[in-house]
Ligand binder design. Structure first.
Ligand code: GLU
Length: 305
């Protein structure tokens, strides 16, 4: 057996629910560049668990646009829609640990509970993405009530009991859980950071009809693919707190994170999948070259040398 360390593994993991824009190009190029510099591997992963919003034509366009940009990646490309069994196994483990609970609350019920709380929706605490924290309905349901609702076929989601999960993870780890941020979060957070998954409250971790979530799928697949370095946009920075928690609970290895700033339009707004003017396809059809795209996102040829 060779004792040479295995090369670092980087990845770009787009969701085929729209066409790629300049922000994706930046993210993919940064990841591929980092892999090249580190003498590592570069993977592409198609994150298509949201079968309602993902479309084959978007997936095809991802391959085409990335190849046009000059990127290469390893084959075969992992598609998350083929991995539901692995995600279900992870959910089962979280259930066995007692860190998730079924939640039957509708959106309306949640808002209603918040409005009646005396605090009101305006002043109710929100997660880093702006959603109100879950007010804990159905959390401590008596077992009889729980089986009645399940028996009746009422739709539900699995929520992470964030307090219980964090306590258990800290016990497993023998101390506070941290992650290594080699880039920076939106507020300049960098270095070795303590996780604060409570920022998201009891977040949804799986649904009855889709037995996974972005959080489970991304952690399970990064581990399965041996990803050592995660470079991605700052919009996902705070979710890393949940991901590290899941990695500890599920006994998955810890990757190094590098969150990069987001590409914004001239008004300072973040690009969205509908921002056609910044779409790779559009820029391409206007006659721009891959070098022009690199220049637009601030990556120039000198950096490649
Ligand atoms: N699939 C996610 C997205 O397109 C990115 C996942 C990740 O990089 O962790 O936003």
């Amino acid at each position: 057996m060779s004792d040479r360390p295995s090369p670092p593994v980087f990845r770009f993991a787009p969701s085929p629910n729209g066409y790629l824009h300049l922000g994706h190009a930046y993210s993919a190029l940064v990841g591929a560049e980092a892999a090249r510099e580190a003498g590592g591997r570069f993977l592409l992963r198609i994150e298509d668990i949201d079968t309602g919003r993902c479309r084959p034509e978007y997936e095809e366009a991802i391959f085409e646009d990335l190849a046009w940009l000059g990127l290469t990646w390893e084959e075969p490309v992992l598609r998350q829609s083929t991995r539901f069994e692995a995600y279900e196994a992870a959910l089962k483990k979280l259930r066995a640990l007692g860190t998730v609970y079924p939640c039957f609350a509708t959106r309306k019920e949640i808002i209603g509970a918040i409005e009646e709380s005396g605090i009101g929706l305006d002043r109710w605490p929100r997660d880093p993405d702006g959603a109100p924290l879950y007010p804990g309905l159905y959390k401590d349901l008596p077992p009889r009530e729980l089986s009645r609702l399940m028996w009746e076929g009422v739709s539900y989601a699995w929520r992470l009991d964030i307090e219980k999960a964090k306590t258990l993870a800290e016990e497993k780890q023998g101390g506070p859980i941290t992650f290594q941020e080699d880039g920076a979060g939106p507020r300049g957070e960098t270095g070795r950071l303590a996780i604060e998954p409570e920022l998201y409250g009891d977040t949804i971790i799986a649904r009855k009809d889709v037995p996974t979530s972005y959080h489970i799928a991304v952690c399970v697949d990064d581990a399965a693919q041996g990803v050592t370095h995660i470079s991605r946009g700052q919009d996902l920075f705070y979710m890393t707190h949940i991901h590290r928690l899941l990695q500890v609970l599920l006994d998955l290895p810890e990757p190094i994170y590098r969150h990069h700033p987001l590409i914004r339009d001239e008004t300072g707004r973040r690009l969205s999948k509908t921002a056609k003017d910044m779409g790779i396809r559009e820029l391409r059809s206007e006659g721009l070259s891959p070098q022009d795209i690199r220049a637009m996102v601030g990556l120039n040829e000198a950096e490649r040398a």
